[in-house]
Design a protein around this ligand. Structure first.
Ligand code: THU
Length: 130
């Protein structure tokens, strides 16, 4: 299966695992580790709302916990009208673990697909210590 289709499949499967008793808004994400393995993530909410972990960060942190050091691609999806995009906090975390030209796929469950890069979603990122 091509990378894009596989990422979309994994991220879509993650939608069912989202823990969203507060927003009821399910988000799924998938990332490709430098090893070539794919890791999925879902959003995980908390009664203390600010502790919510977005799907993108769950996917990245799962990969890091599995031994990855870097990632080459990320896809995010949701059951929305428009393709969904990572929040600002996730953009900063993505910047930590991806090269600036790594591919970011923004999708929904209706076939919308926009392709961008890490630099495209967080221009002017703080890179001085990387
Ligand atoms: N959410 C994500 O998981 N990823 C995003 O990029 C945007 C927002 C989640 C957080 C929260 O559980 C719900 O969507 C509503 O904000």
């Amino acid at each position: 299966m091509a990378e894009l289709e596989e990422l979309l499949q994994v991220a879509t499967d993650m939608l069912d695992r989202a823990y969203t008793p507060y927003s009821h808004f399910h988000v799924g994400a998938a990332v490709v580790g430098a090893s070539g393995k794919i890791y999925g993530g879902c959003n995980i909410e908390n009664a203390s709302y600010g502790l919510t972990n977005c799907a993108e960060r769950t996917a990245i942190f799962s990969g890091i916990a599995a031994g990855e050091k870097k990632f080459t691609a990320l896809l995010v999806t949701g059951d929305t009208e428009q393709a969904i995009a990572p929040c600002g906090a996730c953009r900063q975390v993505i910047t930590e673990f991806f090269d600036q030209d790594a591919v970011i796929y923004l999708t929904n469950q209706k076939g919308a697909l926009a392709e961008t890069t890490v630099a495209g979603i967080l221009p002017g990122a703080f890179l001085a210590l990387k």
